[in-house]
Every structure is written in C-alpha cells, then in structure tokens.
Design a protein around this ligand. Structure first.
Ligand code: PLP
Length: 406
C-alpha cells in the first residue's frame, strides 16, 4: 500500500532544513548500480558512491534481499538483547581481520569516538591519569562530534564551539620525524587514516606507518587506524592496513560497511576490549539487526577475491584515462589513491577549482566528489561496470573540455 506524498522541491531545503549543507540543484530519486535518476528523469553516472558509502552501487540485489528479509523479521531490539545478524557479522569481521572483538555503532564519528575513548580508558586503567595524549595528523578527518573534530586536524571544523577536548597534538602527515618528536610516555594513542580521504586522498608512506607502529610499541601507546573511508574493500584489500602489513590496535570502519545503511564498527583485540566493560560505553542502535543484516550481505559480496581483484583492475582503468586527461588538458599534477578511492590533484593553473569541476561534471550528467578545493575525488561502487567507468570518464572529459573553453 502506498500513501500519496506531497511534492517537494530543492527550494524546500532552504525553508525546512538547517543550512549546514548546500546540496546540488537536483534531487536524486532512484538508483540502480552506478546510475542515478533525478526528479526530472535525468540519468546520471555515479562516481561519488554517496561519499565512499555505496560500496555495491544502488539497490544491489544482495543488499535489497537482505534488507527485505530482515525487514519482515526483526528490526530492532536494543542492546539489552543481542541478535543473530550482529553476531554473524562480528564473527565475519573477526575471521577476516586482526580484530578479536567488535563494537557496532552508527557512523564513522561514533566508531572513532569509541576508539578514542577506548584508547584513553586503556591508558587510564593501565598507566594512570597522566597518559591521555592523542597524537593525530594535520588535515585529517575523523567525524563531527566534539572529540572527533578535535582529533581531526582541521581547525575549520573544530573552532567556534567553545572549549575543545584537551590533550590532542597534531603533526604533519607522512612526517615520521615530527611524529617521533610528538610521541612520549604521555601518549595513549596515535590516530591515523592509512589513506587521508577528506584531506585530499593521500596514502600514507609505508615507512611512516611502520614508524608509527614502532613508536606506539616503544611508548605503550595504541595505534588507531581510521578506515572509515579507506576500508571495506575500497583500497582493493578488505582494509587498507593489509596493503601495508602494519596492524593497528584499534580500527574504525563505517561508510562502506553498511553499503548505504547507516552503520559502523570499532574493532580491537580481546585484551583491549576488556577495558570497555558492561556500562562503560554504548549506543541504542549499535548492532541493530536491520543494519547488521545489510552489513552481512556487504561483507559476503565484498570480501571475495573476485571483487577485491576487480577493484584493483578498475583502479587501473580510472588511472590510465585520468592521467591521459590530466596531461592532455593540463589539469592534474598527480593522480593518486588506492583501489576505488582516487584523487586527482589540480595543477597550479586549476588550483581551487575542484568545485567548478564538480559543477561542470554535473552538467554532463556525472556525479563526482571533491576532497578540498584542490583535489577531484572519485569513490564509485566497487562493482561498477567497466562500461559505466568508460561512459562516466567520457562525460568527465567533456566537462573538462567545456571548462577549458569557458
Ligand atoms: N573518518 C573518516 C576518515 C571519514 O572520511 C569520515 C567521513 O567522511 C568520518 C570519519 C566521519 O564519518 P561519519 O560522517 O559517518 O560520522
């Protein structure tokens, strides 16, 4: 039974929504695979993946199936009870990663909040109240709660909200000497994104992550990897830390883990998990059966050799063509990233124009992303058809041509 709904338009946004976003002029109403349709029936190619979320594109049959079956069975019970989908998904994550224990929550910020609280709790209980410093990277992004904006190294997100969480130090990313200078006996955690996402799609150097691991071991600090953006197959491995062979103590995952259903996880070892005993931390919806049913389906499809190998192959398709476009029109100085998290760094002549490129792409019926004003970002579905990659890149090239002629 469907209920007739009143028509709504983009203009309504400004009348009824808090103005913290500036959404595009069109409203998407339907998606299938890597195609999206707007209210007017216009078809767009989606290279944005809901900001690295729609890991299997739109309305993937495995996800729709899992959601529908679970939707007819049990939606929510709270954490007063456990549930089958949550236990199944936790087992899968434990089997596939370094982690031995999982805490489910609803967003990347919440997964990081749990990670940072755990790191502080462990230090407090094992070493006393003087060991609370968190060392994080400048230009990093960890979410929008007060703790996570403070750990994130971008003052534009953390200034202007009164006193910040204290005990956070920031150092330049990929600078091991700076990290060495910042870490001390007072450090409880070093927090890093293996690939800085919002900060410009910047992968960490191997020696940097190895050095961070060694420093943490030396100073009894925990290594926290924020894989909210880089995780769940996006890099071509299940998690980006697997490329590096550097294992964290705590890992946060969100975005792709739910394939579009809001969910997230904080993963850690048994020894550390003990410090979050009954009642120490929690969230009403975390590990909700509906979310975890979808999470199980995501994991079953993504964590297969075919899909992960496909991500690496599709990376090459993007890279080859983007490098060519970059050279031909003098627009990119570098194409970087891993798997299907790709950043194109704008040349000096194009600096600050990522938003213009975003708009020009939309005019060509293509959804892309930026990562700051100087980097164009692509985070499509991991199972995007090669034909859609080609068509989307054709549209992208047309957008660049239009801009060069403007
Ligand atoms: N951490 C990283 C690396 C992210 O890219 C993001 C979001 O972009 C977050 C955390 C925050 O996740 P959420 O918006 O789900 O809270």
């Amino acid at each position: 039974m469907s209920v007739e709904q009143a028509p709504v338009h983009r203009a309504d946004f400004d009348q009824v929504m808090v103005p913290n976003y500036a959404p595009a002029a069109f409203i998407p109403v339907r998606g299938l695979g890597s195609r999206v349709w707007d209210q007017a029936g216009r078809e767009l190619v989606d290279f944005s993946g809901g900001i690295a979320v729609n890991v299997l594109g739109h309305c993937h049959p495995a996800l729709v199936g899992a959601l529908t079956v679970q939707g007819n069975q049990l939606w929510h019970v709270s954490n007063v009870f456990t549930n089958e989908p949550a236990l199944r998904l936790a087992k899968k994550l434990v089997d596939a990663t370094f982690a031995e224990r999982v805490f489910f929550c609803n967003s990347g910020a919440e997964a990081n909040e749990a990670a940072f609280k755990l790191a502080r709790r462990v230090a407090f209980e094992l070493y006393g109240e003087e060991k609370y410093e968190i060392v994080a990277a400048l230009n990093s992004f960890h979410g929008r709660t007060l703790f996570t904006v403070t750990v994130g190294g971008q003052s534009k997100y953390s200034d202007g909200f009164g006193p910040k969480i204290t005990g956070i130090k920031h150092v330049p990313f990929n600078d091991l000497d700076a990290l060495k200078a910042a870490v001390s006996d007072k450090t409880c955690a070093v927090v890093l994104e293996p690939i800085q996402g919002e900060g410009g799609v910047l992968p960490a150097d191997l020696a940097y992550l190895q050095g961070a691991r060694a420093l943490c071991d030396q100073f009894n600090a925990l290594l926290v990897f924020d894989e909210v953006q880089s995780g769940m197959g996006r890099s071509g491995e299940l998690f980006a830390y697997m490329h590096y062979g550097v294992t964290p103590d705590i890992l946060s995952s969100a975005k792709s883990i739910g394939g579009g259903f809001p969910m997230a996880a904080m993963m850690t070892t048994e020894k550390l998990a003990k410090h979050l005993g009954v009642g120490v931390h929690g969230t009403t919806y975390g590990g909700n059966p509906l979310a975890c049913a979808v999470g199980n389906a995501v994991m079953d499809v993504v964590n297969t050799p075919e899909v992960l190998a496909g991500v690496k192959a599709k990376h090459q398709l993007f890279r080859t063509r983007l490098e060519k476009i970059g050279e031909q029109y003098g627009v990119f100085s570098e194409v970087r990233g891993m798997g299907l998290l790709i950043g194109c760094v704008l040349t000096d002549a194009w600096k600050g124009k990522a938003k213009d490129i975003f708009n020009a792409a939309e005019q060509q019926d293509l959804m892309i992303l930026q990562a700051g004003p100087d980097v164009v970002r692509f985070a499509p579905s991991l199972v995007i058809e090669n034909a859609d990659i080609e068509e989307g890149l054709n549209r992208f090239e047309r957008a660049i041509i239009k801009l060069t002629q403007a």
